[in-house]
Design a protein around this ligand. Structure first.
Ligand code: AMP
Ligand code: MG
Length: 413
């Protein structure tokens, strides 16, 4: 049974969705698969980085006291490439040619760089005075054994993966990427490139939503374009439940006569139908499919392309991030300057999310401007948006005024 649809604030819709989306269990994954995933446990260093004192330059390992007064001539007694263990010590009046990353030989307490020397046969002239410990990267200089390098809950970026590799880790326990199925619905939609017949339009939401899923660091699963037909919808949704951790549908959740997604989801899922006090993207559905032992959240997004985009950003993305263990599930918000302002509106009791382009201005602040037409069918004007300006009902943003902006992309120059 569908719950009664009353208009609810966005925060209430978000709370309902998040309440239904449990964090997926962590599992070991190969480092190469872990980018953007969240660490289950703190990462503790089983080894030091670097593991031994080594040279930070190509040069000569020597006793600093021997090269305190320069120029001085020292006998070159050995050569040490990176990766070879030292086979002899540096004695008084001696030097060992050493490459970046090679272990400091016993007896040496400094390295002078090759640029400050001249080699003549087996004798090197050091032109710049050595300082004790100069040119040496001590063991544990980056990470000491036993250090907590990353806390539980860290979202792994490229350099985190590099550090874990430096510590000898091949795998790491993370909340894995979720498989998120995306299906489009609507008999008017054409997806195969065929000429449009009267009344038909091209399907556009699926590629966009699959890309948004990928951008959220989940695995997009294409469940196809499904006809407004009961059997086809049930089959596609059941396939999705079997194969995915979450599902996203677009279209068919509003008040139209052929909004069959609604009928079918109500039959096979535990659904909440919502009217959210936002524009675009007022109609929205959330529910759980599958058995209680493995519930699969389903996000029913409205069909208008801009509504699908905004609905994904505000309601689906935070939930997917929560399921993938992220501590920070929201897009960042900045307080920005609106040189052109935004038209004052009142009377619809909705918060509007205007698609804007945010950029750093010469005054050092983020400035935002509308990307153009703001209709929920006008995706082209939204394509260049990297922000959603938050415009509560009745709020006036005069030219040069300030506005909160949810950043859905990186801020450019
Ligand atoms: P609906 O929510 O199914 O009533 O659809 C609302 C509007 O969005 C209609 O104009 C649909 O044709 C359009 N629409 C629905 N799904 C898609 C889609 N996948 N691609 C492009 N337009 C769509
Ligand atoms: Mg439809």
């Amino acid at each position: 049974m569908a719950t009664v649809e009353q208009v609810i604030p966005l925060a209430e819709a978000q709370r309902r969705v998040l309440d239904g989306c449990a964090v997926a269990p962590a599992e070991p994954v190969a480092l190469a698969e872990a980018l953007g995933c969240v660490l289950l446990d703190a990462a503790v260093a089983a080894e030091a980085i670097p593991p031994f004192d080594n040279s930070s330059v190509d040069g000569y390992a020597l006793r600093a006291a021997d090269a305190a007064d320069v120029p001085v001539k020292l006998a070159v007694v050995d050569e040490l490439p990176a990766g070879r263990a030292p086979s002899r010590a540096v004695g008084a009046g001696e030097a060992i040619r050493i490459m970046t990353g090679a272990a400091i030989p016993p007896g040496a307490d400094a390295v002078v760089m090759v640029e400050d020397t001249d080699l003549d046969g087996e004798v090197v002239t050091v032109r710049r005075a050595a300082t004790p410990a100069g040119g040496i990267r001590p063991a544990g200089d980056d990470v000491r054994r036993g250090d907590v390098v990353f806390d539980a809950g860290t979202a792994l970026g490229p350099a985190h993966l590099g550090v874990l590799a430096s510590l000898g880790r091949l795998e790491v326990a993370v909340h894995p990427r979720l498989r998120v199925g995306v299906l489009s619905t609507g008999d008017e939609l054409v997806a195969d490139g065929a000429p449009l017949q009267p009344g038909q339009i091209r399907e556009s939401n699926k590629d966009m939503l699959l890309a948004l899923v990928a951008q959220a660091n989940a695995v997009p699963v294409d469940l196809g374009l499904v006809r407004d037909e009961r059997g086809a919808l049930v089959a596609a949704l059941e396939q999705g439940v079997g194969d995915c951790n979450a599902l996203i549908t677009s279209g068919g959740v509003s008040m139209g006569l052929y909004d069959l997604v609604k009928v079918v989801l109500d039959e096979i899922g535990r659904m909440q139908w919502m009217q959210v006090a936002i524009k675009p993207a007022k109609p929205f559905a959330f529910g759980l499919l599958g058995g209680d032992e493995r519930p699969v959240p389903v996000f029913g997004l409205p069909g208008n392309p801009v509504s699908s985009l905004v609905s994904f950003e505000l309601l689906a993305r935070p939930a997917l991030r929560q399921m993938m263990g992220h501590r920070c599930i929201e897009r960042p918000t900045v307080r920005a300057l609106a040189p052109d302002g935004f038209d004052r509106r009142h009377g619809d009791d909705k918060t509007h999310f205007a698609r804007v382009r945010a950029a750093f201005a010469p005054d050092g602040r983020v400035h935002v401007r509308s990307t153009g037409a703001q209709g929920s069918h006008q995706l082209a004007a939204s394509a260049s948006a990297n922000g959603l300006a938050v415009l509560p009902d009745g709020v006036d943003v005069a030219p040069g005024g300030e506005v909160d902006v949810l950043l859905i992309g990186a801020i450019g120059p």
